[in-house]
Write a protein of this length. Structure first.
Lengths: 388, 388
């Protein structure tokens, strides 16, 4: 791939936004990203839009032209990408390919989801479309049940990390207290987290991420073109993009305590960047459940298999630890606007790499990694960013 | 873009396939395409899958990993693209970008839709997600009503072409009689077509395309790599890909008797190929309604604005006319498996360019064009193929 720069970023407050429509969210985040890039909107040549399941949840498909119309971008080509919870990162990856192919120089990439207006059963049904409908969802399988099985297997192969899972949630909520865009800004004690009601054993309430409305957008550009554009921010480049897949069904995976798609995507991204796991200063990883974050940090090579829980217990993944994970608050506390999550991860990394993260700013932030899973780790996209 | 070759093609019979699941359709068409390419499936490096609204119609999202699992492709990266009825062509375009960027050499591209198991109201609601939900669908607007307004405006600006619209349908059904994959193989008289019940004036029953289950896949490759692979077929190359957009809403378009997205995508594709409209031997165009085909042939520069109806009346667009349009039978008679349509158009062009179209083979088939619209022409993708 060509060297690509991120010119601008924008996102909405995440949350239960009863008074905001999907169009509102898109308009706000898209406008912010273009303004932050400091370019005329006429320079945008294409729109890549990640969305998971707005057709079922809001009745709105074909979201690309909705974005271009809402932002006044004229006849630009648009596309929506979908790969469950990795939909936003897939939009970014498709945009990276088009810029790398020389097709476009300046592209708007976004992601959005509007979910909280629907009753819980409808949201659950909508989310279940990310698994195999016939073989899993139609049989009553749900994602909490799925990741509970994963956690139980992890406990069997390694050890019980229920307490460390609680610490993952604790860290997420502590970080979210410092992120004004976060959905749930509450100072929960570890004791309260660990004593919460069960959802699907061993997962309890705080082991599960949130249902969220929100949108995030970024403007990317061929780095040569970007260099000709004045910027008020530290310039952040995309130096690697990895993408791999796995079976849609849980039953067909080689392992469920380590995700094949994540390991393959990570290997691709590290090779492309010429970096090792130790070179990553901070990462936003896909903590749809707390056990998932522990597994993700192992798949990314930050910690040995089975040692992700120890790393949490030792404080390594906390805001000022050696390897800060989800400084934004993550899917757990910042929120999980499904199609928007991948782009919101990039928003956080750029904010940190620019040194603009305010109270949650980490000390050294030069290289950041975003890890975005779809479904039962059937899709994984990994993006590595570097500040100049 | 790089020069890209089409190594293999496969599609299912189109129709009301009550006994076939989405997975069945994917497995059949994907297997056929890989077999037709004459390669080991291990050479497939990525999957690009077009699907419009399976999440609402069947409960199944995240279709990329479903394809790779069904076909046994291992950990290959996958993505689903959606741009309403242009979803399939968008999958192809994203794949073209990735190959052009040098990311992959051999890629599987597909499209599928499973619709006919749902009651008509559900299908209508699902299809309406291709328009603006809040501003159009929620107000009771439907696509037949939308294209009826377009036809009425066309009649006002030019002349009444209701009879020529009937001839579009007649040609489509005559061509479909010769296409074994076509959904509706019936020898309708022009008189019967013209006397059919009204749907939304001036559109009557035969002016509307079909509701269809079906899937189509192709294998594409970097042309340099493709040249090292033995083939039993005439080699067909993708020599241009154009893509443009327009407002999602009908009300915001500059014109509704000529589609801005189609004209912009066509200009891009012709420039890329170094060709003029007169150089195109045959075209598959998006005849969601008969009036749309007439407008499309004008937008593509085959005929002057307002003269598309005359061209049909003169027989130019018939199977053995000077500019054969929709030799497959088109959306009108071959069928319209929404997410599969764009790839099924490519299937037909390749079949003709290879000289494999049997009874419907046209005399000169060296350069073919596929024109695929999404929604109310809010997305248009145009692809030009050339036989060697």
């Amino acid at each position: 791939m060509k060297k690509i720069s991120i010119l601008g970023i924008g996102e909405t407050k995440m949350g239960r936004l009863a008074d905001r429509s999907l169009r509102d969210l898109i308009k706000e985040a898209g406008t912010k990203a273009i303004e932050d890039a400091g370019i005329e909107k006429e320079r945008i040549q294409a729109v890549y839009m990640g969305n998971f399941n707005s057709q079922f949840l809001t009745g709105q498909g074909h979201m690309g032209p909705m974005v271009s119309e809402a932002l006044g971008l004229g006849n630009v080509p648009t596309v929506r990408t979908e790969g469950a919870c990795a939909s936003g990162s897939l939009a970014l990856r498709m945009a990276i390919m088009a810029v790398s192919a020389g097709e476009y120089d300046v592209v708007l990439v976004g992601g959005a989801e509007k979910m909280t207006h629907q009753p819980t059963e409808t949201v659950t049904t909508g989310i279940a479309s990310a698994m195999d409908f016939e073989l899993e969802a139609m049989q009553g399988f749900t994602f909490p049940a799925c990741f509970a099985m994963i956690a139980n297997r992890y406990f069997y192969e390694y050890r019980n990390v229920k307490k460390e899972m609680g610490m993952v949630a604790y860290n997420a909520h502590q970080n979210a207290l410092l992120n004004p865009d976060a959905q749930m800004q509450k100072d929960f004690s570890l004791e309260k987290i660990l004593s919460a009601d069960p959802i699907a054993s061993p997962l309890s309430l705080f082991d599960c991420s949130l249902v969220t409305d929100g949108a995030a957008f970024i403007v990317i550009a061929n780095a040569d073109v970007a260099d000709s554009i004045a910027t008020k921010h530290r310039r952040v480049d995309i130096i690697a993009s990895g993408h791999a897949g796995d079976s849609l069904t849980l039953a067909s995976k080689a392992s469920i305590t380590s995700f094949g798609a994540a390991k393959a995507a990570a290997a691709q991204a590290y090779a492309q960047a010429g970096l090792k796991p130790a070179d990553i200063d901070l990462a936003e990883v896909h903590d749809c459940f707390t056990i998932t974050q522990i597994i993700n940090t192992e798949d990314l090579g930050f910690f040995e298999p089975g040692k992700g829980g120890d790393a949490v217990a030792e404080g390594l993944t906390a805001l000022h630890g050696a390897k800060p994970i989800n400084t934004s608050g993550g899917l757990k506390a910042k929120g999980h606007p499904i199609g928007g999550t991948g782009i919101s991860q990039i928003f956080e990394l750029v904010t940190q790499l620019r040194g603009d993260a305010g109270e949650r700013q980490i000390r050294k932030a030069d290289i950041g990694l975003a890890h975005n899973l779809g479904g039962t780790a059937a899709t994984c996209v990994i993006t590595i960013l570097k500040g100049r």
